[in-house]
Write a protein that binds this ligand. Structure first.
Ligand code: S3P
Length: 172
């Protein structure tokens, strides 16, 4: 039997649905919901784009790492992480050790159609299709090694939530 009294962590690429799914799961399970991007924006008083523009990605990753390592100490939580958090080894290790990790896996096509009108993601600036394909390729193995469960996130939010609830029920 799996120890389910752990934070439930959603990882996956930008626009994989981590926030939407996480909020709903937290409601259903009566847990706290944390979106680490929102925490970072609140802490810095700046949007994610502005943090990248002013201070660069390394600075953002440092704050992201600290935010995740703190958030993960609350066991009664569902955490929606930023899509690039798995690039830090310390984050991957903490998520694996302390959380129950679901990877919301999306195709490049789904990411491109979901982000068509979105300019809030600095790492998608430029040739978006090339950026998405490159980053997905680069991160695929990191998501895989961090995840306890892989969920096909091209499905509807309702189907995804039911699949996760089914896994939790089965493992309880
Ligand atoms: C990023 C994903 C974003 C945000 C930042 C960097 C990434 O979060 O943390 O723009 O590197 O993939 P979402 O996955 O919620 O879009």
């Amino acid at each position: 039997m799996l120890d389910l009294y752990k934070p439930i962590i959603l990882i996956g690429f930008m626009a994989s649905g981590k926030t939407t799914i996480g909020k709903r799961l937290a409601e259903i399970l009566g847990r706290n919901f944390v979106d680490t991007d929102v925490l970072i924006e609140e802490k810095e008083g700046l949007s994610i784009s502005e943090i990248f523009k002013r201070y660069g990605e390394g600075y953002f990753r440092d704050i992201e790492e600290k935010t995740i390592l703190t958030a993960i100490e609350d066991k009664n939580t569902v955490i929606a992480t930023g899509g690039g958090c798995v690039t830090r080894e310390r984050v991957r290790k903490a998520l694996k050790d302390k959380g129950l990790v679901f990877w919301l896996k999306v195709s490049p096509e789904a990411v491109l159609s979901r982000t068509a009108d979105d300019n809030t993601r600095p790492l998608l600036e430029g040739d978006r299709e090339a950026r998405v394909r490159f980053l997905l390729f680069q991160r695929e193995s990191l998501y895989r090694e961090t995840a306890d469960y892989t969920i096909d996130a091209t499905k509807s939010p309702e189907d995804i939530i039911n699949e996760i609830l089914g896994i939790l029920e089965r493992e309880a």
